[in-house]
Design a binder for this molecule. Structure first.
Ligand code: UT7
Length: 329
């Protein structure tokens, strides 16, 4: 029997340290006026405590999502941690699994930058649709502050650290809330946004192989902006079209929180009212894979979403990758 999949709980975590635009202007040559008018960001949270990592934020967000529905962690079958800033290149999901006590869960990382949460929810839903798993924890978490070049004003003003989590549960197919999805990649433009691995110039003297290290975030902001504003509306329209829905059916549009101007430009292209756009990036900046579940948790906590509301979720970012999910709450 084909199962449906439903988001039954949300959670989030942010570091306590807030850094305002005024504070940023003491680090690089910028101003509150420039940052706010170009991005809509007022402040961001940074994980500054020594020894803390993306795992700590992911654990906090996961515990909140489980506690709000009193779920026993042993009932979780799978954990997907969407992150591009793991604390270990072999993956951080297994540490999350251990720390939350999800003893029966398999856990792995999924790397897809700012589209990571959308791709992870789609991945999780496939395990549910085919009947393999019942309860899946999807966490989007990033600490890009560890990878930002704090002397590059073009990027350092944008990013913040956070984690957001959802629990997806199987349900009968007529209660299914994930109605459709659409995912895309264009690796031709991978260099527009990357944390590249740079090889040393000198090879190992005997093995003749090159080792190296990861660099800071580099971004072609203008091109990423143009890509998002052109591709995200197309993805949303095609995803809705396939299930005979239109923009008029949409109650909420929850996009990756990269830049307020991107959110508004996409809204204008789609002719959707700005009242339907979920936005909290003024307080957190761009938190990469965490931005969508962080904003989702906020509107859920504020009881803004009603049963049966149609939510369109759209992620986009490095890769380049982008994708849409249409769901009924
Ligand atoms: O998750 C996806 C991640 N990335 C994105 O979504 C990024 C998408 N792109 C953007 O959001 C925008 O391109 C930015 C906000 C990054 C930049 O805005 P922009 O309007 O594209 O500015 P720009 O890069 O064209 O720079 C305009 C001017 C330049 O000065 P000149 O050459 O005109 O004299 C920059 O040097 O603004 C300057 N500038 C700044 N000035 C003050 C760049 N960054 C700053 C800054 N403060 N922080």
């Amino acid at each position: 029997m084909v199962q449906g999949a439903k988001i039954i709980s949300t959670g989030s975590a942010t570091p306590s340290v807030k850094v305002s635009n005024e504070q940023m202007s003491s680090i690089v040559d910028t101003s509150d006026e420039w940052i706010f008018t170009r991005t809509g960001i007022k402040e961001r949270r940074l994980l500054t405590e020594y020894g803390q990592s993306v795992t700590d934020l992911a654990v906090q967000a996961s515990l909140q999502a489980m506690e709000s529905i009193s779920m026993d962690p042993s009932n979780i079958d799978l954990i997907i941690l969407a992150t591009s800033s793991p604390n270990d290149l072999f993956g951080s999901a297994s540490k999350v699994q251990y720390k939350i006590g999800a003893v029966n869960a398999c856990a792995f990382d999924l790397t897809a930058a700012c589209s990571g949460f959308v791709i992870s929810v789609v991945t999780a839903s496939q395990f549910i649709f085919n009947g393999t798993y019942k309860n899946i924890l999807v966490v989007g978490a990033d600490v890009l502050s560890k990878w930002v070049d704090w002397s590059d004003r073009g990027t350092c003003i944008l990013f913040g650290d956070a984690a957001g989590a959802v629990i997806i549960q199987s349900c009968s197919s007529n209660l299914n809330s994930i109605l459709n999805f659409h995912l895309s990649t264009d690796g031709n433009y991978a260099d527009y946004l990357s944390i590249a691995y740079k090889q040393q110039l000198d090879p190992h003297p005997i093995l003749n192989l090159y080792q190296g290290s990861f660099q800071h975030i580099s971004m072609n902001g203008k091109e990423v902006y143009k890509f998002a504003v052109s591709q995200v509306p197309l993805s949303i329209i095609s995803c809705l079209d396939q299930i005979n829905m239109s923009i008029e059916d949409v109650d909420w549009l929850l996009m990756h929180q990269a830049n307020e101007r991107i959110l508004m430009a996409v809204a204008e292209k789609l002719s959707i009212s700005s009242n339907k756009i979920i936005s909290n990036l003024s307080k957190y900046g761009n938190t990469s894979a965490a931005s969508i579940p962080l904003a989702l948790n906020e509107v859920v906590q504020k009881n803004k979403i009603s049963t049966d509301d149609i939510i369109v979720i759209a992620g986009f970012g490095a890769g380049l990758t982008w994708g849409t999910i249409v769901l009924r709450w």
